[in-house]
Ligand binder design. Structure first.
Ligand code: GLU
Length: 475
């Protein structure tokens, strides 16, 4: 437990340069759960200092995704760009205090000198040429502001809540830039200024930021701020073992909404990605809040398993009432032309089979509209004159039926199957293909009853006409 005197405050700090990534949502979730578990606060900061790549539409989309899953911040959102004057004030203060200095070395010069020392370009270390030059702001040339690593630094060591002790030796660090020559403060600097401003106690973020942490720790110290506790979460990996890519699965949270996932299923799934509580798979949000323990997050990357997410989604869908499912699918994909009563009856027939809201919506739409085309694999065994004749006779029997209910339709099919010496399934399957285009699906008699006599017969006629046409065309 955290000491009661310091309320936990955590944040998610996305850059609005794209839609919210599924890995970002897991980071948000772990922050949110950690905050709620400790009676703390979850905050949001939009890191929009990259003016070229940041866009309002992405801020809106990130906020919409978070609202969709119900992980909303407990205080007003902080927008990083509104604090730029404060960032620059702090950077200048560091210069005045001697913790940072102006540097006029061009990148090429620094690179040349580095190469002469035998270094590799991909890990350039600045040699401190301007460290003690006391360059003033009116030097008349472009300059950057660099942080001056304190001479006494041997290594930066910190306790990561997930990874344990992390040590970064001095020789992996150099006097890094905190304000670029165009006057823009860099990420490592503003993140510290803003986290301190927001009184963040725990920084829970993706492990790609672990290389930034030593720099940030030095800045906390130089600025006189308390150093927060860090926790770096392993990446979400695709089945290939690499960082989850668009080729392997949808990566934007918004895509999961469009694809018909329920937010509670996605949250449940992501909570289990790299964290476990025994072998429990299903969790309510309340259970997650009470059991969540950051120190039990796995240190290795978690593999995203789309099949498991689909399974979990179908479990959550089955728990919804037909009315709830109706509201969800019509909100996401639009209203149907047919009556709500008819749609509800079809939802009841299909909900056990659909794994996503989209599958449910499409299946109901397909049932309502009739098959646009038949599945080849289902049609293949029906393509004989004999079967076409058999279906025509079945249509004739059904047409003469006086009551159109499940028992009556089933009885006609059973009697007919017996009369012609085939199995009941051999009559039911073609009927289902006629009604919805495929041999698998809900009970064909129930479907026929729902669709009504006239529509069912129209679809039966269309099927045997199609079979005959194909036969005549020699297909
Ligand atoms: N803005 C950073 C990003 O989107 C996050 C910074 C952080 O969490 O420290 O990756």
């Amino acid at each position: 437990m955290e000491p009661k005197s310091i309320p936990v405050r955590v944040r998610f700090a996305p850059s609005p340069t794209g839609d919210l990534h599924i890995g970002g949502l897991r980071t948000t979730l772990f922050n949110w759960l950690f905050a709620k578990h400790n009676n703390g606060l979850f905050l949001l900061r939009i890191e929009d200092t990259d003016r070229e790549r940041s866009m309002q539409k992405y801020t809106d989309s990130i906020m919409a995704s978070l609202a969709w899953v119900g992980l909303t911040p407990d205080e007003p959102v902080v927008v990083q760009s509104t604090r730029i004057d404060e960032h620059l004030r702090l950077a200048n203060e560091l210069v005045v205090r001697g913790s940072a200095y102006r540097c006029t070395c061009s990148q090429e010069e620094a690179l040349d000198r580095y190469a002469q020392r035998g270094g590799h370009a991909e890990q350039v270390h600045y040699d401190g040429m301007c460290r003690d030059k006391n360059i003033s702001a009116d030097v008349g040339k472009p300059y950057v502001i660099r942080f001056k690593i304190p001479d006494a630094t041997d290594a930066i060591v910190f306790e990561d809540m997930i990874r344990g002790t992390v040590t970064i030796p001095r020789d992996q660090l150099d006097d890094f830039i905190i304000v670029r020559s165009d006057g823009a403060p860099v990420y490592n600097f503003v993140v510290v200024a803003d986290d301190a401003f927001m009184r963040i106690t725990h920084i829970i973020r993706g492990e790609e930021h672990i290389i930034n942490t030593p720099k940030q720790i030095m800045l906390y110290t130089a600025l006189g701020y308390a150093i927060p506790i860090f926790a770096h979460i392993p990446l979400v990996l695709g089945p290939s073992g690499q960082k989850l890519s668009k080729r392997e699965a949808a990566t934007a949270v918004i895509e999961y909404k469009k694809a018909g996932f329920l937010p509670e299923a996605l949250i449940n799934y992501l909570a289990r990605l790299g964290w476990a509580h025994g072998d429990q798979e299903r969790f309510t949000k309340q259970e997650l809040v009470s059991y969540f323990d950051l120190t039990r997050v796995s240190t290795s990357g978690a593999i995203f398993d789309s099949e498991k997410l689909l399974w979990l989604n179908s479990v959550y869908m089955r728990e919804k009432t037909d009315d709830e499912l109706y509201a969800l699918i019509t909100l996401e994909y639009g209203a149907y032309e047919q009556s709500k009563e008819m749609v509800l009856a079809l939802i009841a027939l299909y909900k056990e089979r659909a794994r996503t809201l989209k599958e449910l919506y499409d299946a109901v739409l397909n049932a309502l509209q009739g098959p646009a085309e038949y599945h080849d694999i289902d049609l293949q065994p029906l393509r004989t004159q004999e079967i076409a004749a058999r279906l025509e006779r079945l249509a004739d029997r059904l047409e003469h039926l006086s009551s159109w209910d499940n028992d009556a339709v089933t009885a006609v099919l059973k009697t007919y199957a017996k009369e012609i010496g085939v199995k009941f399934a051999d009559v039911v399957h073609p009927l289902r293909i006629a009604l919805i285009g495929t041999s698998s699906g809900p009970g064909a008699c129930a479907l026929a009853v729902l669709l009504g006599k006239e529509e069912s017969l129209r679809r039966l006629v269309r099927l045997y006409d199609t079979i005959r046409r194909m036969h005549d065309a020699g297909l």
